[in-house]
Design a protein around this ligand. Structure first.
Ligand code: GUN
Ligand code: FE
Length: 436
């Protein structure tokens, strides 16, 4: 590959901003440079210092005046649900039955899945999302279609076929055995192929029999390095339902604990309504949590406690996620805005440094990929998002009164959306550029 360098206002996280002085966690170079070689970040720093060191033939892409950030990582999304975004009038269980299951049934058709995978990736790149942990449908073809599409961009895709052997329509159920076999085949075909990683994906406890959760736990143990994703404690009726389906277990998180589905590389979606015991288990096992703010509000599930997750007695790893299509936006900036608003409703003002961290390093940490993605450090993979800080009239107006970087970042996450994304780079290559 021809070496490449991006010039602009470069931001890097040097520590966690969940501390006394969140802004101190950011290092930035107003006239910065990122040098990229073979899909990896080779150097980051002041443009003047690095210009003389560039390998011969380096192509410099000029983003002066724009922010250069680590690519956003969406640590929980459903690619087959792009078509049910904005479905009116239901909460979780009814929402699944009315809108989501009928949409997912269409993914039995590989061509349909391929078209949807392309829409999903294009929309993610248009919003600066460079990596994601994605639920497919029960059909193995749906996972193949997504991995194939992601591979054409060498994107770090984390995904898996959904496991679901009860409480779903006939055409959307597998069995404990067929779900295990299909997932195993997909792991052998896709896990570690290019930048793809397989994520074992039991949808949630209500749609799996104990036999299926047991098979999922066994599969994970047999394939170290794969990940696990599922939903937990999103909605109060869902929690009551789990009590009736799994009466012998202490609590919802305890079900996953029992079947060996918690630990490093396991990501629980939502985790809104947790008991102290559940927080302790998540914390001690190193399990990650995907905070899905626009889904919390859109399907009316509740308000995730981001302060407790970081400062409580049992802190755990938290990433930010769109939860498309229970979530109502592909924009990670809009997702950060809703995270801020939810925190506000719980009496905590999420700092902009914390919001940007959650959508980059935080998501990487929840997935245990923080050594490879989520930050702009030498040796890390070159997934990068460029932000135009003057993308609308109102933002331009507001920015003329912004004196600090923190204020500029906050303005973008409150007022910005897909229009603020100037360019997106995956594996060192431009996969999106805003039309001028
Ligand atoms: N719980 C089980 N399945 C789903 C889903 O598809 N979306 C959301 N938001 N919650 C779920
Ligand atoms: Fe979800």
């Amino acid at each position: 590959d021809v070496p490449r360098a991006l010039r602009g206002h470069v931001l890097q996280f040097n520590a966690s901003p969940f501390c006394e002085d969140p802004t101190s966690a950011i290092t930035d170079w107003q006239d910065g440079l990122i040098v990229i070689q073979d899909g990896l970040i080779h150097a980051v720093g002041q443009a003047d210092d690095l210009m003389g060191t560039l390998p011969e033939g380096t192509i410099i892409e000029d983003h002066s005046g724009k922010l250069i950030l680590p690519g956003f990582i969406d640590c929980h999304a459903h690619y087959p649900q792009s078509e049910v975004i904005a479905s009116y009038g239901t909460q979780l269980i009814e929402w699944l039955n009315t809108y989501t299951f009928p949409a997912e049934a269409k993914f039995r058709d590989k061509a349909y899945a391929q078209a949807a995978a392309n829409v999903y990736l294009a929309e993610s790149f248009r919003n600066g999302i460079t990596s994601a942990s994605v639920y497919c449908t029960v059909h193995p073809e749906s996972a193949e279609a997504l991995f194939e599409a992601a591979s054409t961009f060498s994107m770090r895709m984390i995904a898996g076929k959904v496991l679901m052997d009860r409480n779903a329509p006939d055409n959307l159920r597998d069995t404990a055995q067929s779900g295990y076999d299909d997932s195993k085949r997909l792991i052998e075909a896709w896990h570690g192929k290019g930048r793809n990683l397989y994520c074992i994906t039991p949808r949630f406890a209500p749609t799996s029999t104990p036999q299926q959760l047991e098979a999922a736990g066994a599969l994970w143990k047999e394939h170290p390095g794969t990940l696990v994703q599922t939903h937990t404690s999103e909605n109060l009726k869902e929690i009551e339902w789990v009590k009736t389906l799994y009466p012998d277990h202490t609590d919802y998180v305890g079900v996953y604990e029992h079947f060996g589905l918690l630990g490093k590389g396991s990501i629980l979606g939502h985790a809104i309504h947790l008991s102290d015991r559940e927080r302790a288990v998540i914390s001690e096992s190193g399990t990650g949590v995907a905070h899905c703010p626009t889904s919390n509000t859109f399907i009316g599930s509740g308000l995730f406690d981001v302060k407790e997750a970081h400062y409580g007695a049992h802190p755990f790893r938290v990433g930010l996620a769109t939860d498309v299509g229970g979530g109502s936006s592909f924009s990670m900036l809009s997702t950060m805005r809703t995270a801020y608003e939810i925190a506000q409703l719980r009496g905590y003002s999420l700092h902009p440094a914390q919001a940007y961290y959650l959508s980059t390093v935080g998501s990487a940490k929840a997935l245990y990929l923080e050594d490879r993605i989520g930050n702009l450090m030498p040796g890390m993979e070159a997934d990068i998002t460029v932000i135009d800080m003057h993308s609308t009239e109102l933002i331009r107006h507001r920015m003329s009164y912004a004196d600090t970087l923190t204020e500029a970042l906050f303005t973008q996450m409150i007022l910005g959306d897909d229009r603020a994304i100037a360019a997106t780079y995956v594996n060192g290559k431009k996969v999106y550029e805003k039309p001028s």
